[in-house]
Design a protein. Structure first.
Length: 326
C-alpha cells in the first residue's frame, strides 16, 4: 500500500512540475490527447535531464542541461523544426569563398570575446523560430560584425532576404542552406537590406529586396582550414566572429543550459546547424569556443553555448568555418 501511495505521489509531483513548466513557457496544447502525448515526451526528457545532472554533480560532465522551452519535443521533432535539412553544393552559383591565410598562432591571447567590445560589434541574440534558417542567421551575424568592426554603427541585417531570395545560390530557405552560399548571394546581389526594412517572418516568402535599403555588401569570403581549431580561434581574435556549422542533433544540445559542451556522440562531418563563434577561452582546464545561437536568449546561456575546443573538433566546430570581407 505504501508503494502504491509513493507511486501516486510521484506521479502527482511530476504532473505539477509539468503544469509549472507549461506556465513558465506559456505552452498550450490543442487537445487533451496532445497534452497526454507531450507529457510522455516531457517525462522522457526529464529522465534524461535527471540522469545527466547526476553525472554533472559527480564531476563526470562539464555542462548542465535543463527543462527548457524545447523539453516537450523528441530529438526527431526538434530537428525537423529547428535544424537545417538541405545542404546543396551543386547550385548554378557555386560558393565564391577561397582559403584564408589565417592559421594557428602560438602567441595569440588566452581568450577573446567580441561580445564585450565597445562600441558593440555583436547584435543581440535573435530567434529563427520554427524554420531551418540557421544558415541565414550565421551568415548575417558574421557580416554584421564585420560591418561594425570596420568602424560603422552596429546594424541588424536581414536574414529574411536570404531566406526569400537566394534559392538560385543553392539555398532552400526554411529547409536549409550554407553560409558560404549566403555570402556568395550577398556579393552577387550587391548587398543585403537592413532588418528594419526587411524583417524576419520565420517562413519562406516572396523576395522583396529593395536596393535602396541595403545595409552593406561584401567583396569576398574566406574558409578556415577544415578541422583546424587553432586556426579558427586565431581567426576569431584577429578577424572577428566566424560563421561555423555544427552537429546540433543531440538531446544534450537541445536542452543545454550552461558550461562547456562536449558530446562524445557528435559528428564532425554531418553538420545540421549554422551558428557563430564570437570568442574563445578556457574554464577549469576545458577549452571552449563562445558560440552565438539563434534560438532566442531564453535558450542556453542567454542564447549562447560554450562548445569544446581542442577536443578533436567535437561536433565539427572547425569543419566548415568561414567569414566575409567587406
Amino acid at each position: 500500500m505504501k508503494l502504491v501511495s509513493a507511486i501516486i505521489a510521484a506521479a502527482s509531483a511530476s504532473q505539477e512540475l509539468f503544469q509549472a513548466w507549461k506556465e513558465e513557457h506559456e505552452v498550450e496544447y490543442a487537445s487533451q490527447v496532445e497534452e497526454v502525448s507531450r507529457y510522455g515526451v516531457w517525462m522522457k526528457n526529464k529522465a534524461f535531464v535527471d540522469e545527466h545532472m547526476a553525472s554533472y554533480e559527480a564531476g563526470e560532465k562539464t555542462f548542465t542541461v535543463g527543462m527548457n522551452k524545447f523539453a516537450d519535443l523528441t530529438s526527431e521533432e526538434f530537428a525537423e523544426l529547428y535544424l537545417a535539412k538541405v545542404q546543396d553544393l551543386s547550385g548554378p552559383h557555386p560558393p565564391m569563398c577561397t582559403d584564408s591565410t589565417v592559421g594557428a598562432n602560438s602567441t595569440m591571447p588566452a581568450s577573446a570575446d567580441w561580445r564585450t567590445a565597445n562600441p558593440p560589434v555583436v547584435t543581440p541574440v535573435k530567434d529563427q523560430g520554427q524554420c531551418g534558417s540557421c544558415w541565414a542567421f550565421s551568415t548575417i551575424a558574421s557580416l554584421e560584425s564585420q560591418w561594425a568592426l570596420a568602424g560603422n554603427a552596429l546594424t541588424s541585417l536581414s536574414e529574411q532576404q536570404l531566406v526569400d531570395c537566394s534559392m538560385n545560390w543553392g539555398n532552400y530557405g526554411c529547409s536549409g542552406g550554407l553560409m558560404t552560399q549566403g555570402f556568395t548571394y550577398i556579393h552577387d546581389n550587391n548587398g543585403v537590406d537592413t532588418e528594419a526594412s526587411y524583417p524576419y517572418t520565420a517562413q519562406d516568402g516572396k523576395c522583396v529586396f529593395n536596393p535602396a535599403n541595403v545595409g552593406t555588401s561584401l567583396t569576398s569570403c574566406y574558409n578556415i582550414a577544415s578541422g583546424d581549431e587553432a586556426a579558427l580561434a586565431n581567426a576569431v581574435q584577429m578577424v572577428g566572429p566566424m560563421s561555423v556549422a555544427i552537429d546540433a542533433s543531440h538531446m544534450s544540445f537541445q536542452l543545454y543550459t550552461s558550461g562547456v559542451y562536449y558530446e562524445p556522440n557528435c559528428s564532425s562531418q554531418f553538420l545540421d546547424h549554422g551558428v557563430t563563434a564570437v570568442g574563445y577561452g578556457s574554464s577549469n582546464g576545458n577549452d571552449f569556443f563562445i558560440v552565438k545561437n539563434s534560438w532566442a536568449a531564453t535558450w542556453g546561456d542567454n542564447g549562447y553555448i560554450m562548445m569544446s575546443r581542442n577536443k578533436s573538433n567535437n561536433c565539427g566546430i572547425a569543419t566548415s568555418a568561414s567569414y566575409p570581407q567587406l
